[in-house]
Design a protein around this ligand. Structure first.
Ligand SMILES: Cc1cc2nc3c(=O)[nH]c(=O)nc-3n(C[C@H](O)[C@H](O)[C@H](O)COP(=O)(O)O)c2cc1C
Ligand code: SF4
Length: 475
């Protein structure tokens, strides 16, 4: 690694075991009906290890077992689909046949953590997105011709209009196509919650509460301690919360209307979840994109959900399609490639104050709004946290009640244990340069660049490896 990059890592003196014990991070926290043994947390990270049919595999079990061995207070299983639809190697909870696999996963984590870690599962709904089409495919097949297109060649046949559009230079297309058509042409067709002319989008408020509730009920049956509703990033529920949601059916427009479906989903899930299980959600402290939600919008969401009785609020940042990089032809847009995506998984290249604790200020603002409303709902903070001092500062300064760490936990799943035992110098530190995120982007099996290097370990033939030789579990 570049030495300058190493110097950017927030390395302070690690605490002794006594100092760690005096801190807050390793003290218990109450999450609704649950007690977390400590305020450490591994948030959801998709490792793309399920089968193409959405079932738990041995590799999925090995991945979470390894996190559990580090005994975080809370561990959230990756975004898991609430529908039973084709979604690649992403876990699903959209049918009863997924329950036995999920139960095996729960049992493995409980065993590996010695029962010390509370296990959550993140439930997600997402809308369809298509690959970016080739120009001829778009103009000759996908584009729905309108009067505006036909006006380009009055009286000509549809075929001639299409052929004409296909021949236009890019600058001309900027003028001729509507913003939505341009987006579908350059980024690939993406369904939005505002596409209410499509019956299945119009009826989302009718179907989603039931789908989330049924999936949550299966997860409870599998033995999870709690459920985290995925209301963050680029997906359906975050799009309902966003100020960009202009639906006119009572589920968009005003802040109250945008919060209506999230509340209905929350209540439907609450109604089926056994009382001893926790129910929380993850949403955005700041959407980052133009016209998107800011911390004040997040505070409104947080207070509304807290008032309704939600057990925890976990805050993320950015990760939107709206500002994602234009994909290559034949590729799908990925919501972590633009400025908002960089805020979601910040690297040392992000500029400004750098990636460390980048979401803390917004999270503190949201938490203060919840406290000002007289509510004690615990708040989970995340983003660029890889040291004890950062976590303590977040807890002491009132930014959070629980402090999460995704990539640092991936680089070294034992790091919480090491810090707690005064062995911080042994922590295998995350470089925050997003090798793992690149794999995620390619929907390739996620691993860490640090697992195969700098270990000084003998080559162990028993270690499970990806086809290209990468270790599949942390050393
Ligand atoms: C490989 C990978 C997969 C991720 N998958 C999810 C996910 O399924 N759900 C989610 O809410 N966040 C997901 N995230 C975002 C992380 O939970 C976290 O918010 C982000 O990495 C910033 O935290 P960090 O700086 O501690 O890594 C993922 C991150 C990575 C690196
Ligand atoms: S691949 Fe890089 S960014 Fe990802 S966890 Fe490992 S060191 Fe951190």
């Amino acid at each position: 690694m570049d030495r300058r990059l190493a110097n950017l890592l927030p390395v302070e003196r690690w605490p002794t075991a006594a100092e760690a014990a005096r801190g807050r991070w390793f003290t218990p926290a109450r999450l609704g009906p649950l007690t977390l043994e400590q305020r450490t947390w591994v948030p959801a990270m998709v490792p793309w290890r399920a089968t193409d049919q959405g079932f738990v595999t041995d590799e999925v079990v090995a991945w979470y077992r390894r996190f559990a061995q580090g005994r975080p207070g809370g561990l959230v299983i990756e975004a898991t689909g609430i529908r039973d639809v084709k979604s690649g190697p992403l876990l699903r909870a959209g049918d009863d046949r997924f329950v036995p696999g999920l139960r095996r996963l729960v049992d493995a984590v409980k065993e590996a953590s010695g029962g010390h870690t509370r296990l959550f599962i993140q439930l997600i709904d997402f809308l369809a997105i298509k690959r970016r089409p080739a120009k001829d495919v778009y103009f000759l097949r996908h584009l729905e011709l309108t009067a505006a297109h036909r006006a380009q060649r009055p009286g000509a046949s549809d075929e001639a209009v299409r052929a004409h559009l296909l021949g236009l230079p890019e600058e001309e297309l900027d003028r001729v196509l509507s913003p939505r058509e341009l987006e579908s042409y350059r980024h690939g067709l993406r369904e939005k919650v505002t596409d209410t002319h499509l019956p299945h989008i119009a009826e989302l408020p009718r179907v989603l509460p039931g789908l989330f509730a049924a999936a949550a009920s299966r997860c409870a049956e599998a033995g999870f301690d709690g459920v985290e509703l995925h209301f963050a990033h680029a997906y359906t529920m975050a799009s309902f919360l966003s100020p960009l949601n202009t639906r006119s059916d009572g589920y968009g427009g005003s802040p109250e209307a945008r919060l209506r479906l999230p509340l209905e989903v929350y209540r439907a899930v609450r109604a089926v979840l056994p009382r001893e299980r926790a129910l929380g959600c993850r949403f955005l402290a700041d959407e980052i994109i133009e016209g998107g939600g800011r911390p004040s919008d997040a505070a409104f969401t947080a207070v509304g959900l807290a008032r309704a009785g939600i057990d925890f609020l976990s805050l993320s940042r950015g990760g939107k399609f709206e500002d994602a990089r234009v994909p290559k032809v034949g590729h799908t847009a990925y919501p972590y490639t633009g400025p908002s995506g960089h805020e979601c998984m910040p690297t040392p290249r992000i500029g400004g104050l750098g990636p460390w604790g980048r979401n803390l200020e917004a999270t503190r603002f949201v938490r203060q709004a919840v406290r000002a409303a007289g509510l004690e709902t615990p708040v989970v903070a995340c983003g660029g946290i890889s040291s004890f001092a950062q976590a303590e500062d977040a807890l002491e300064s009132g930014a959070a009640d629980v402090v999460a760490s995704a990539r640092q936990s991936l680089a070294d799943p034992d790091w919480f244990l090491k810090v707690r035992e005064g062995r911080g110098a042994e922590v295998r530190r995350c470089f925050f340069t997003n090798y793992c995120e690149g794999l995620d982007q390619a929907h390739d099996v996620v691993t860490c660049q640090r697992w195969d290097r700098l270990q000084g370990l003998p080559d162990d033939a028993t270690v499970p490896r990806a086809p290209d030789g990468r270790r599949l579990v942390a050393p």
